[in-house]
Design a binder for this molecule. Structure first.
Ligand SMILES: Cc1cc2nc3c(=O)[nH]c(=O)nc-3n(C[C@H](O)[C@H](O)[C@H](O)COP(=O)(O)OP(=O)(O)OC[C@H]3O[C@@H](n4cnc5c(N)ncnc54)[C@H](O)[C@@H]3O)c2cc1C
Length: 386
């Protein structure tokens, strides 16, 4: 068992860290305050070479593993979880999904511009009345010759208002639950697609989140992703990878909070001493560090196992392991960010100090990609052999 990152992983980590410190950290507060995606950021991420990080090289991707994608997510999150979330929706939910499930023609058509950062990707599963109960989606796709007519509403879609390509889940057989789902590749230029509204959020501000409308939207039959009524297979494989992946955002948030807290604990003087010399503050810092290291092991192990599962390894183990990784890391980030605000005292509660932003951002990871409750249910079900 080797707990060190490979040279390749470390080089990637260093280059993304430098990028995030130079290009994102200085504008992170502004992104949050204005609730606006920074101009030119997609292009810069494209130049960094991470827009198709896990996609095959022949389609313009970097051909890297899931752990590499997690390291990128972690470094982006240390500067701005908003940028990280949107990049993740593009690179993981859309690009990685297409790379896994699309046929050769679809990959040749859609992946190159996505990998270059010329096109932006998203994934549309959630609906106003179907979140945790995802197999209960109501968006309907009806076959009409060589095309499908799609009607429905998608809710809370990251990048939905700016995306060119959306992995879209629909029902092609409403009588059936899981076995009536079909996934499509939606080009947002197809007639009948529109953005209803950009949603205002508590955290991850600047990462565009939208409600999407499909009104007699015409999708060519050749854009079915996988097979008709087999969208559940696309969905399930994606969810394991997504959970393993998004744990990396929590890790980045928690690491940023510890670094900011250490700095503050050294600088802030009360009772004539830096507050870091008080044992109650030291205990918080020690707890933060310990939880981060526990989360890191779970996160990286789940990433390696999820990669192996995709290549035909032990599929069952990864459901509970990836769920455990995001469950622990999501809750860990909220605890660590909360402690960071506490260490900063009244200044931590002020908008000009970034720890409050990290606390607001951390909360999403207990909700998105399946809530903490659903993650516990998945783990318990597998443990019980159900
Ligand atoms: C900022 C943001 C970005 C998002 N991005 C995307 C995206 O890009 N694409 C996409 O498709 N979706 C996206 N989502 C949606 C996200 O995945 C859902 O919000 C999430 O799955 C929860 O669904 P819900 O919000 O409908 O909550 P609900 O399912 O209504 O849950 C409400 C509460 O009930 C609990 N609950 C529900 N069922 C059970 C049960 N059986 N047992 C115990 N408790 C239960 C939940 O845990 C939760 O606490 C995003 C959401 C947000 C907030």
């Amino acid at each position: 068992m080797d707990f060190t990152l490979s040279d390749q992983h470390r080089m990637l980590q260093d280059s993304v860290r430098r990028f995030a410190e130079k290009e994102i950290w200085p504008i992170a507060e502004e992104i949050d305050e204005k609730d606006e995606w920074p101009e030119g950021m997609w292009q810069k991420l494209g130049e960094l070479g991470v827009m198709g990080i896990t996609a095959d090289v022949e389609y313009g991707g970097a051909g890297a593993d899931l752990l590499s994608a997690i390291l990128v997510l972690q470094e982006l999150s240390k500067a701005s979880p908003s940028v990280a979330l949107s990049w993740g929706a593009h690179a993981n939910l859309c690009v990685n999904n297409l790379n896994r499930n699309a046929n050769t023609t679809q990959k040749e058509t859609y992946l190159p511009p996505l990998c270059l950062g010329e096109h932006i990707g998203a994934l549309g599963l959630t609906e106003p009345d179907a979140g945790s109960d995802a197999v209960n989606i109501q968006t309907v796709a009806v076959r009409d010759g060589d095309r499908y007519i799609v009607n429905g509403t998608k809710m809370f879609i990251t990048n939905g208002s700016v995306a060119n390509t959306i992995v879209l889940y629909t029902k092609t057989d409403k009588e059936k639950k899981a076995r009536g789902i079909t996934a499509f590749i939606l080009d947002t230029a197809f007639p009948g697609f529109s953005v209803s509204k950009k949603l205002k959020k508590y955290g991850h501000r600047g990462s565009p989140t939208a409600e999407l409308i499909l009104e007699d939207c015409v999708i060519p039959a050749e854009n079915v992703l996988g097979e008709e009524n087999k969208g559940i297979d696309v969905l399930m494989s994606g969810l394991d990878v997504e959970r393993a992946f998004y744990a990396g955002e929590s890790l980045g948030i928690a690491e940023a909070c510890l670094a900011l807290s250490l700095k503050y604990a050294r600088e802030r003087v009360q009772f004539g001493k830096p507050i870091g010399s008080f044992q109650l503050v030291q205990a918080k810092l020690a707890d933060m560090y310990t939880q981060i290291e526990a989360g890191r092991m779970l996160c990286y192990r789940a990433a390696i196992m999820a990669d192996a599962a995709e290549r035909g390894g032990k599929g069952a183990e990864i459901h509970k392991l990836s769920s455990a990784s995001i469950l622990y890391n999501g809750e860990m980030a909220v605890r660590v960010a909360d402690q960071a605000v506490q260490i900063h005292g009244g200044y931590g509660y002020m908008l000009e100090y970034p720890v409050q932003r990290f606390l607001r951002d951390a909360k999403l990871i207990e909700i998105g990609a399946g809530t903490s409750e659903i993650r516990r249910l998945i783990i318990a079900r597998e443990l019980m052999g159900a």
